[in-house]
Every structure is written in C-alpha cells, then in structure tokens.
Design a protein around this ligand. Sequence first.
Ligand code: MTE
Ligand code: MO
Length: 168
Amino acid sequence: MRAFLFASVAVLQVAFTDVVGACSLPQPAGKVILTVTGHIGACSDQREVRLDRAMIHSLPLTEVRTKNPWERGRATYQGVLLRDLLHYVKAHGKMVELSALNDFHTEISIADTKKYNILLAFRRNGVELTVRDKGPFFVVFPFSDVRNLETEERFAQSIWQVNHIEVK
Ligand SMILES: Nc1nc2c(c(=O)[nH]1)N[C@H]1C(S)=C(S)[C@@H](COP(=O)(O)O)O[C@H]1N2
Ligand SMILES: [Mo]
C-alpha cells in the first residue's frame, strides 16, 4: 500500500510537471499559422507549439537575399531562420519534416539548419506571402551566398505553403 501510494504520488508529479512545467510558451491569441511537434522541449499546448503571427514576429527577424528557380533575378526574403525556430521550440532531434497545405512534405537535417542560413520566409520584398504566393511560409535556401547549393535535393527541400514542422 505504501509503495503504491509513493508510486501514485510520483506519477502525479510527473503529470503535473508535464502540464504546468513543460508548457512554458504562451498560448497563441490569434489564428495559428504554424504548428511544431515531435522531439521538442517546449510547448504551448499538449505536446506541440502553436504559433500565431505575433509569436512568429517575436522571433529574430532575418533577411536572405537570393535568386532561386521561382524568381527572376534576386528577391529579399524575410522570416525566421529554421535554426532560430528550432532553438525556440527546444528541438532535440536529427531531422525536421516540413509539411505544406497541399500535403507535400520534405525533410531537412538539423545539421544543415546549423550549417546554412535556411529561412522560413513569410515576406518577399516586404510583402507578406499569401497562400496563393507560397505563403504562409516558404523555405528559402541562400543559393546566391553558398556555392553548389543549387541541386535537385535542395530544390525539393524548398517547400512552400508550409504550415507544420515535425522534429524527428
Ligand atoms: N508546397 C510544395 N512545395 C514544393 C513542392 C510541392 O509540390 N508543394 N515540390 C517540391 C519539389 S519536389 C521541387 S523539385 C520544387 C519544384 O518546383 P517547381 O514546381 O517550380 O518545378 O518545389 C518543391 N516544393
Ligand atoms: Mo522535385
């Protein structure tokens, strides 16, 4: 009986820490435009981080000016580096799987997010990306800054209309 009581208290404590302690990020007040799940240490609800526009804009804003196959010349993209977002959600994994509104998905290694400035862009030349124009998020590689990045693999990882990221 004693052992059972101790065990129950331990279980309750774990559950309590799970609900109150771990979910330290704010609840989104506005429309959720991105969810992050999987191997993350932070959460805003249950086991996921749900972000609205205000939360995204509170992260370090970064610019990448680059050419890409979908652009004439160069464009300036603004958004959050994948590396900074992964830090915010306390990611601890090897890969991220990014999914789009159209069910396309792709994987990028966390090592690559550390090596390259891979941007989760929400603005192009100062204009918010709409779903019609690759929004809400478009993964932008710094093709103009890094040699030999223009490969089929990187083009396939250049996913647009991203709304979900799973850390694996
Ligand atoms: N949302 C979304 N992003 C995507 C894709 C897709 O089907 N949906 N295709 C990917 C692949 S496999 C490649 S090669 C390029 C294709 O770009 P294109 O359709 O302009 O040729 O975009 C990538 N990003
Ligand atoms: Mo592709």
